[in-house]
Design a protein around this ligand. Structure first.
Ligand SMILES: C[S@@+](CC[C@H](N)C(=O)[O-])C[C@H]1O[C@@H](n2cnc3c(N)ncnc32)[C@H](O)[C@@H]1O
Length: 419
């Protein structure tokens, strides 16, 4: 790891800047594609379990500690903390993230899941039918045409009727939801959905579901002592990182990655999954509005923040932008970051360690220094920025590159300690 320049905020604070090449592979989900359990469902922009393990070792956490991930996403922090025996909790606004995180971290037994699975094939269970039980939004119907939605719906009904603990039912729900991209004509492309006829799986939905269940089962330890899945801790609940449900001074560590201000909207990227399994059209729109202001369509209801002072160099980074929606998004993004840091300062104990994986952005040719601005906001919220560790350099968007040339943006881990 190398130490480099020390920029200073307008307030005169000097941050320690370091660079780690080893960590560059750990801030993209690529390496997790083949990792047991993590591979069940990945989020774009997720980090890997290696990063969590490295931080747990660096901070020398043990079973007396308690880790929080307030943007749990695909549950990487919880799964990695569980593997190391460190108690942990997750929060996320999205019901899809809550399901993924809970299923991955549940304490279930392979043999029990295998016997529950046999009951899924029981002839007395509701059989596949051409009648769709739910009134799915048009996006879901368009994404899964030609009998595919009927096949998904029938399997969802069978899973729903299983007589088993909720954690086992959720295991099969996740298996079903996670094969939607294999059949969907709405394809996630970066931060957007595009319509496509390519790549739709050859076999049937039932075949793909069975293969997914096999793969997931092969990752589950055969722990006959496992209870109903929820007794081991490491649970994630639905909550807003700006208004955490936790008591003051609960945690000794936080490892998380808030959404980047890159306009990607998870309610669109995962729109088919969310509206197939959890939300109607209005519910999905409400989730879009309430999410972190990392995309222009967010319009969250926030707790009061009269004390908020924006990062000193924010306005000079955005005053040239013609698009008022992007200016509003970036202002809202740092207000949200302030609210989240204020909550982290509240729920963390003194000397707690906090790591935020963040990506800088570029709009209209100018850099938005998300890591340095976040360090400045954290200092004001009662956290001491120990280090900004650059882990990767990313190219700008094709649009920005065409106009302004290639200018790489930092991806960093901002490390704080609660004062
Ligand atoms: C970058 S992802 C986290 C990825 C995660 N680190 C992983 O490894 O999978 C950001 C997450 O923040 C969630 N999110 C957005 N706004 C939120 C909010 N206000 N409170 C809590 N979670 C939020 C999204 O649903 C998404 O799951």
């Amino acid at each position: 790891m190398s130490s480099s320049s020390c920029p200073s905020s307008p307030a005169g604070t000097v941050y320690r800047m370091t660079e780690s090449k080893t960590w560059s592979r750990w801030v993209t989900p690529r390496a997790a594609r083949d990792e047991p359990v993590h591979r069940w469902h990945l989020f774009p922009h997720s980090f890997t379990g290696h990063l969590v393990h490295a931080l747990i070792d660096e901070w020398e956490l043990d079973g007396q500690d308690a880790v929080l991930d307030p943007f749990a996403g695909a549950g990487t922090t919880l799964v990695a903390a569980k593997a190391k025996g460190i108690p942990g909790s997750g929060r996320d606004l999205s019901p899809l993230a809550v399901l993924i995180s809970n299923v991955k971290a549940a304490n279930v037994s392979r043999s029990r899941l295998a016997s529950t699975r046999l009951r899924l094939r029981n002839p007395l269970m509701p059989s596949p039918s051409v009648v769709i039980a739910r009134d799915y939004p048009p996006l879901v119907r368009r994404a899964l045409p030609k009998g595919r939605l009927e096949a998904f719906d029938a399997l969802a009904a069978r899973i729903h009727h299983l007589d088993c603990p909720p954690s086992e039912r959720d295991f099969f729900r996740l298996a079903l939801i996670s094969i939607i991209p294999c059949f969907s004509h709405a394809v996630a492309n970066g931060g957007w959905l595009r319509w496509s006829n390519d790549g739709v799986a050859d076999g049937t939905v039932e075949e793909a579901f069975n293969a997914r269940v096999e793969m997931m089962l092969s990752d589950v330890p055969d722990n006959a002592a496992a209870g109903d899945g929820r007794d081991g801790g490491w649970t994630t609940s639905t909550a807003d990182a700006r208004m955490l449900p936790d008591s003051d001074e609960t945690y000794t560590a936080v490892i998380t990655s808030p959404p980047y201000p890159n306009r990607h909207d998870y309610t669109r990227v995962f729109g088919v999954e969310l509206m197939f399994a959890f939300l109607d059209w209005e519910g999905n729109r409400a989730l879009r509005y309430q999410s972190f202001h990392s995309h222009p369509e967010a319009r969250p209801e926030r707790p009061p923040a009269d004390e908020y002072v924006a990062p000193g160099r924010l306005e000079q980074s955005i005053d040239h932008l013609k698009d008022a929606r992007i200016r509003r998004m970036l202002r809202g993004y740092f207000l949200d970051m302030h609210l989240c840091l204020r909550e982290l300062a509240r729920v963390c104990r003194q000397n707690a360690k906090i790591a935020l994986v963040l990506g800088n952005a570029r709009y209209g040719g100018r850099a938005i220094l998300v890591d340095e601005f976040t360090a400045e906001l954290g200092e004001r919220a009662g956290l001491a920025c120990q280090e900004i560790r650059t882990v990767r350099w990313r190219g700008n968007s094709a649009q920005q590159m065409g106009k302004y040339g290639r200018l790489a943006s930092r991806e960093s881990v901002v490390l704080f300690e609660k004062r």
